[in-house]
Design a protein around this ligand. Structure first.
Ligand code: SF4
Length: 283
């Protein structure tokens, strides 16, 4: 199929000013770009969870799977392992991915599953009208925490560094051009790609005035420098007034899970050697 209309005629119910529009239009622009480059869009699959973000599956005219809450990543993993020729993009919410689905995120990163995970991190459960999520700041007042949450937020980039993710980036929905570059690089990366997108929730977490003066792109950052990536990930802990680094924080080349399990094995030591050989060939 060529020149397809990439936006469906389903009525869009996102709130005016929602950052999900930026992510949708960024993906749409990328899909159009890939189509022009001769890539077959029928080989692209979008998997979503449950939440405001998930409606993107209704609005983008692309193969998609609307999965259960928190189960986006195992569905995407199954699709990729069953048909490695497919390009699998996972759109998750922060509640979806960092709460209900956290174990799946950890293990997909650890296994280096060749999928791209795009987290619409608005730091609130928007669809259910404003409860706190794992990335909500300390003291966040929502429907379930009228006096303010007593929990410190999770730092997902730091978590992904610890879990062995091979592509780790942070974007922001007010920086659409950069976001497009990050998503493109993440999807093209061979292995597990993780992009945490600071997404404005216009209704329950309208944080643009907080993010915009703090975000920056670190100059001369070498994304293969794990130690520097850790420092950049920790610089802002999702709660402080520190600067917020955007861009690709970390990238490395490693054999994916599909490649590792494809190695014919006779003994455990042969498996270990085979995986080491693949790693050495990549370095
Ligand atoms: Fe977007 Fe928030 Fe509205 Fe959901 S509640 S559609 S995330 S602005």
């Amino acid at each position: 199929m060529t020149g397809r209309n990439l936006i469906t005629d389903v009525q869009n119910t996102w709130c005016p000013g929602c950052g999900n529009f930026t992510i949708q239009h960024t993906l749409k622009a990328l899909l159009a770009e890939w189509e022009k480059e001769g890539r077959l869009l029928d080989n692209v699959v979008l998997v979503t969870g449950i939440g405001c973000h998930a409606k993107i599956a209704d609005y983008l005219n692309i193969n998609s799977f609307y999965s259960l809450h928190g189960r986006t990543i195992p569905v995407a993993t199954g699709i990729k392992l069953a048909n490695p020729d497919l390009t699998v993009i996972c759109c998750c919410g922060d509640g979806d991915c960092y709460a209900e689905g956290l174990d799946h995120l950890v293990f997909a990163a650890k296994r280096n599953i060749d999928i791209a995970v795009l987290v619409h991190d608005n730091r609130v459960y928007g669809l259910t009208t404003g409860q706190y999520t794992p990335t909500s700041p300390l003291g966040f007042k929502g429907k379930s925490t009228p006096s303010g949450t007593a929990e410190l937020p999770l730092n997902p980039l730091e978590l992904m560094l610890a879990c062995g993710a091979t592509f780790i980036a942070r974007g922001y929905t007010k920086k659409m051009d950069q976001l497009r570059t990050l998503i493109r690089e993440g999807v093209m990366h061979k292995g597990f790609s993780f992009i945490d997108v600071l997404q404005i929730c216009a209704t329950f977490f309208p944080a643009a005035d907080y993010y915009t003066p703090r975000v920056y792109e670190p100059a001369d950052h070498d994304p293969t420098d794990f130690g520097k990536a850790c420092l950049l990930a920790r610089e802002w802990d999702y709660n402080s007034d520190a600067r917020i680094a955007l861009g690709v924080l970390y990238r490395k080349s490693m054999p994916g899970f599909g490649e590792r399990i494809a190695v014919p094995i006779k003994t455990a030591s042969e498996r270990e050697q085979a995986v080491r050989d693949i790693i050495a060939a990549r370095i």
